[in-house]
Design a protein around this ligand. Structure first.
Ligand SMILES: C[S@@+](CC[C@H](N)C(=O)[O-])C[C@H]1O[C@@H](n2cnc3c(N)ncnc32)[C@H](O)[C@@H]1O
Length: 353
């Protein structure tokens, strides 16, 4: 078999050399081989169909999953929450969107006409925006990062991780404005390679999670990112406090509210998704917000951890949401600094209908 270099393929197909490398690493060119750190491609290979046109359709069987691991991610409660969806979802709002496990399910299966998502974490929101608007460029960057990371030994991986973390923090703190493609790629890279997919920042707002131990972490899931991008096409993406979603919400809106957990043990404090604290005072304020949008006629589901998991006399949420229906569902709590904090726990689903 005769081969050509990536540069020759790029010239022949009228695309960039970088794009050829991405296509090779996505296995989209049969028999392309990596020699040293260069791709070589059979001269008979055809230019692959441009997958940028792939868009999610209702009957598409492919599974979509959140693009990051996120503390409090709701994938495992999906069935319980799905059972509470209203029959028809015309408008959807998720004021604490996080990794978006429920958002993706709603978008994939219900085609709401209007959608607003929001989170206070600017880096997370920037990543949603980049997936929506610049998914191919994002994939190119992630694919290069993945290729480079996978090739390295453990010591060099650590060097790359720390240098990417420093670059991310530099863009986060000194970058001009919040919208930035490279910062989004670094956000995903760090999420996939850091310890447990944690997002934790220090007092200066610098991301400080150490590297995790994974053999070949999947940093670039190109197909999943493209599917998510297609689903986000008509979604409004906002960065701010949840209360700023109020104007969007009306009697036709289904609102899923998943605020930071109220810690179930003294050490299980996983409220540091961003620089903002979310304590009991904020939970009480949130309940007032829920009352307000409930009065508007919105259908609402709120979730949180059940304080009774650690203290059966703690009826904080039962008291706070005494006018609502409260269900307890079983879940595995995975992210906790102490192993005693793992295992099955109850989660609360609070609902106004
Ligand atoms: C429990 S997580 C949501 C998890 C999400 N349901 C999922 O499946 O990944 C809570 C989210 O609320 C965000 N958050 C914290 N305080 C907020 C606030 N005041 N307004 C909006 N979002 C906030 C955090 O950044 C975090 O992403």
């Amino acid at each position: 078999m005769d081969f050509m270099s990536a540069r020759e393929a790029a010239d022949k197909w009228g695309i960039s050399q970088r794009r050829v490398a991405v296509l090779c690493s996505e296995n989209r060119i049969s028999n392309a081989v990596m020699l040293g750190n260069m791709w070589v491609i059979p001269v008979t290979a055809k230019k692959p169909v441009d997958a940028r046109s792939i868009r999610y359709t209702k009957n598409d069987e492919r599974k979509i999953k959140p693009f990051i691991k996120w503390a409090g991610g709701k994938s495992q409660l999906l069935n319980d929450i799905r059972a509470k969806y209203p029959e028809k979802i015309e408008k959807y709002c998720e004021p604490f969107v996080g990794g978006g496990a429920i958002l993706l399910d709603v978008l994939a299966n219900n085609q709401p006409k209007e959608v607003l998502i929001n989170d206070i974490n600017a880096e997370l929101v920037n990543t949603y925006s980049q997936i929506k608007n610049s998914v191919d460029d994002l994939i190119e960057m992630l694919s290069e990062m993945q290729e480079s990371f996978w090739k390295k030994n453990e010591i060099d991986r650590k060097v790359m991780y720390l240098s990417n973390r420093e670059r991310f923090n530099d863009l986060k703190v000194n970058g001009d404005g919040q919208i930035n493609l490279e910062k989004a790629a670094l956000f995903i890279f760090l999420n996939k390679t850091c310890f447990n997919g944690l997002y934790r920042v220090n007092r200066k707002g610098l991301f400080n999670v150490p590297m995790g131990a994974y053999k070949n972490p999947p940093i670039c899931d190109a197909e999943n990112l493209r599917l998510i991008s297609g689903l986000l096409k008509n979604v409004q993406i906002k960065c701010g406090d949840y209360s700023e979603c109020a104007d969007f919400i009306d009697e036709n809106t289904f609102v899923y509210i998943d605020p930071p957990y109220r810690p179930i043990t003294e050490t299980a404090s996983f409220t540091s998704y961003s620089e903002n604290e979310f304590g009991d005072k904020q939970q009480v304020e949130l309940c007032k917000f829920v009352d307000r949008i409930s009065t508007k006629g919105a259908k609402i589901v709120v979730s949180n951890s059940d304080p009774k998991n650690s203290d059966e006399n703690d009826s904080f949420f039962d008291d706070l949401y005494s006018n609502y229906t409260i269900m307890r569902v079983s879940a595995k709590r995975m992210i906790n600094s102490k192993s005693t904090g793992r295992g099955n726990i109850n989660e609360l689903l609070i609902c106004n209908y």
